[in-house]
Design a protein around this ligand. Structure first.
Ligand SMILES: [Zn+2]
Length: 304
């Protein structure tokens, strides 16, 4: 039997059909309605009806989307305001006449990489997106940890340490989550722009910074060192609490080789002396990991 995954982003909804080994059979994208909940539900409904027509079956369905999703399936999402405080799983269940599993998209990414991707031979796998935001999830023996509020994995909202703030004289930002001083402001994609601005007074994109880094530009290297320090300390904090065997990186900044390869050495500096860093690797499935993880989630019994 085929499996469906739906990855709802702030601009696009990706629907994918997989075979029962989670090989991709078909996928397509449509625009995300963000301000009209009835239209939002109808748009997802239409994609599943289309998928049912393609497969000739009523297949299992899992959904990943940005935001905090509690164990009842209730959503708090800044990117898709019409979904906030709605019980999407219940509403789609009524429309589509099948159980719906829904989780934060970065937790779906972690599940995909832990079960079939770069983390599949490890017991404790933390999947971490460093893209437009910084969040992820912990899987233990191929299963996402189950929590009540849906907060676990939000490592981007660990505060910047006083030690690093002083070392680099960093400005402190108010975070989109409502807290102040979250590391996401520095370690997600837009964080590179902020660090560039801080060290040079100039406005440049992360893409420009990456180009300069490849040219061995000294300023770009200095920004990399600060970036690695902050991300490594954040991961060291995560390691002290969760002790993953491997951290699988996804999102745009995971494509910067210098970040992936240099992280373990810098992480060690933030751990207890003599202790090794967990393995750090880039995702196996890249951008398609979220939608595959959603399909895996939908195929599991008793997941919500
Ligand atoms: Zn925050």
């Amino acid at each position: 039997m085929a499996r469906y995954g739906v990855d709802i982003g702030g601009t696009k909804i990706e629907t994918a059909i997989f075979d029962d080994h989670f090989n991709l059979l078909d996928s397509w994208r449509v625009n995300t309605p963000t301000n009209d909940y009835a239209l939002f539900l109808n748009t997802i409904n239409a994609q599943i009806i289309k998928a049912d027509e393609i497969t000739g079956e009523q297949c299992s369905l899992g959904i990943g989307m940005p935001g905090l999703i509690n164990h009842h399936g209730k959503v708090l999402s800044a990117n898709i305001p019409c979904a906030t405080n709605k019980d999407i799983a219940q509403d789609l269940n009524t429309l589509l006449n099948r159980p719906i599993s829904i989780k934060n998209d970065t937790r779906c990414f972690a599940l995909s990489e832990a079960t079939l991707g770069a983390g599949k031979h490890h017991s404790r796998v933390f999947g971490a997106i460093i893209g437009t935001g910084a969040a992820g999830g912990l899987c233990i023996n191929g299963k996402l940890e189950q929590t009540t509020l849906g907060i676990a994995g939000e490592y981007g909202h660990i505060p910047l340490s006083a030690q690093l703030q002083q070392k680099y004289q960093l400005p402190i930002f108010t975070c989109g989550c409502g807290l102040t001083g979250c590391v996401e402001s520095y370690i997600a994609g837009p964080g590179i722009n902020r660090l560039y601005q801080h060290f040079t007074g100039k406005t440049e994109t992360a893409i420009y910074w990456h180009q300069q880094l490849k040219l061995k530009d000294k300023t770009a290297k200095k920004i990399l060192d600060c970036y690695l320090d902050i991300l490594s300390e954040t991961f060291a904090t995560l390691i002290k609490v969760q002790e993953p065997d491997i951290i699988v990186l996804g999102g745009g900044l995971s494509l910067v080789d210098d970040i992936v390869t240099q992280l373990p050495e810098v992480i060690k500096r933030h751990l207890f002396p003599g202790f090794p860093s967990p393995k750090i690797v880039a995702a196996q499935f890249g951008d398609s990991s979220g939608v595959r993880g959603a399909a895996i989630l939908g195929s599991l019994p008793n997941e919500s």
